[in-house]
Design a protein around this ligand. Structure first.
Ligand SMILES: Cc1ncc(COP(=O)(O)O)c(C=O)c1O
Length: 199
């Protein structure tokens, strides 16, 4: 499930962000170990419907923010990877809320109970083509990071274009005029698209 500003940026770029989370994620009264899992059949169906050539990447979010930080399993990520390989698609991991998800994989996923946290992290990284994260959730860091498997992949990011925290933006940089102007422009675009309501 796409984090709201991620969805906004995908859609501002002219693409569509389609949520593929399992049905149980939508019932907040239900208790289930991995409500952040992706529905593999839905994913496959969407790829077949739209065609792999129309899909830029498949994205999974650890500790899925919009449903209260629900985790996904390592097994689910392995299944997603298989589908991505089958259709030649990149797998992008939003690892902003990685820590809690790691804990739940270790404590709830039988096959992972003897793995160290480092080994689970490594396994998740090995399944990903791109990992990005906002480090601001860590409480000890600013900005974030982007890790890319393919060194030749063109990467376009920055405060001025995106109007949000660029990988190297520090708290001080975020108070510069260009950052604030770009951030304001993003808000204006969201309002224009009906995604935000001014008060
Ligand atoms: C999963 C996830 N991705 C991305 C972000 C965006 O982070 P930032 O505001 O540092 O760009 C957040 C923020 O809460 C998040 O929870």
């Amino acid at each position: 499930m796409f984090f709201d500003t991620t969805r906004a940026h995908v859609e501002i770029a002219g693409a569509r962000a389609i949520d593929c989370v399992v049905e149980e994620a939508k019932d907040h009264t239900l208790r289930a170990p991995f409500k952040g899992n992706m529905d593999i059949e839905k994913l496959r169906g969407l790829i077949e419907k739209h065609g792999a050539d129309k899909i830029a990447y498949v994205r999974i979010e650890t500790g899925t923010n919009l449903i209260g930080g629900q985790p996904h399993s390592l097994e689910n990520m392995q299944e997603i990877r298989k589908v991505c390989d089958e259709f030649g698609l990149m797998l992008v991991l939003d690892a902003s809320l990685l820590a809690d998800n790691l804990y739940f994989i270790k404590t709830r996923e039988e096959k992972c109970k003897d793995m160290s946290i480092r080994e689970i992290t490594r396994a998740m990284a090995d399944l990903s083509d791109i990992i990005y994260f906002s480090a601001r959730k860590l409480g000890c860091a600013r900005g974030g990071g982007i890790c890319i498997r393919d060194k030749d992949l063109p990467l376009w990011a920055g405060v001025d274009q995106l109007g949000r925290s660029a990988p190297r933006a520090t708290g001080d940089q975020q108070l510069t005029k260009s950052y604030l102007t770009a951030a304001r422009a993003t808000v204006d675009q969201l309002i224009a698209r009906g995604a935000l309501r001014p008060n």
